[in-house]
Design a protein. Structure first.
Length: 196
C-alpha cells in the first residue's frame, strides 16, 4: 500500500493497538483514535485509561507503534487450480495491516482534551441514526469521566501498510480465491472486495 492508502485505511478504521515499551517490556492496548491530516504533519489523536501502564508512555513522550488491522482470512491451497497442476502450493493468509510510528505527547489542556473527545465521539457517532454527543450527558459527569482517561497525540513519523490479496499467485489462483471468498465469511468477503 502507498503511505496515503495506508493512512486512509487506518483513518477509516479508527481503532488500533497502541504499542510501547516500558522499562524494556512491550505493552499494547486497543485504543480509539482519529487522524488529523490538516496539519503540517499528520497526527493521531486518542485516549486510554489512566490506570493503564502505558499512560506513563504518554507522559514520557515515548516512541509508539499503532497497529491497525483489517480483515484477515486463511487461504487454503485447495482453492488454487495450480494445486492440481504442480502440487507446489502452501497455505497462507490474505490480510490488510497498517503500522504507524510516532512519538506520544500528552493533551494537557482540559479544553483541548474535551475537544479531542468530542471529535473522537463524533467520528464514531456521525453515521448513527441518533448520534450521541458529549453534550448529551451532564457536564459534571463528563468532567469526572475525563479524570479516568488521558488524551494523547502522536505526530506521525512513518506509515507502512500491507494489503496481501494473493497478488503473488498466478491469475487463475487469484480468481479462484476471490470467487471462494466472495461467498465466505465476513472477513473473506471483505478481502474479496480488496481483490477486485
Amino acid at each position: 500500500m502507498s503511505k496515503d492508502e495506508a493512512l486512509a485505511f487506518a483513518a477509516r478504521s479508527g481503532i488500533g493497538h497502541l504499542t510501547t515499551s516500558i522499562d524494556g517490556r512491550i505493552e499494547s492496548v486497543v485504543v480509539p483514535f482519529f487522524v488529523d491530516d490538516q496539519q503540517d504533519s499528520p497526527t493521531i489523536y486518542g485516549h486510554l485509561s489512566v490506570s493503564n501502564p502505558q499512560a506513563v508512555s504518554i507522559e514520557g513522550g515515548h516512541e509508539a507503534l499503532l497497529i491497525v488491522d483489517g480483515p484477515i482470512a486463511y487461504v487454503s491451497p485447495s482453492l488454487y487450480p495450480t494445486k492440481a497442476e504442480t502440487g507446489r502450493v502452501v497455505p497462507t493468509l490474505n490480510y490488510v495491516s497498517v503500522q504507524i510510528r510516532g512519538r506520544l505527547m500528552p493533551i494537557t489542556s482540559t479544553e483541548d482534551f474535551r475537544n479531542l473527545l468530542a471529535a473522537l465521539t463524533s467520528r464514531f457517532e456521525t453515521e448513527r441514526d441518533e448520534p450521541w454527543s458529549l453534550d448529551d450527558a451532564p457536564s459534571d459527569f463528563i468532567h469526572t469521566q475525563m479524570k479516568a482517561i488521558c488524551g494523547f497525540m502522536m505526530r506521525i513519523n512513518d506509515v507502512t501498510g500491507v494489503a496481501k490479496r494473493s497478488q503473488n499467485r498466478p491469475e487463475p489462483d487469484q480468481v479462484a480465491v476471490r470467487r471462494s471468498f466472495s461467498r465466505g465469511t465476513e472477513a473473506e468477503r471483505q478481502i474479496a472486495k480488496w481483490m477486485d
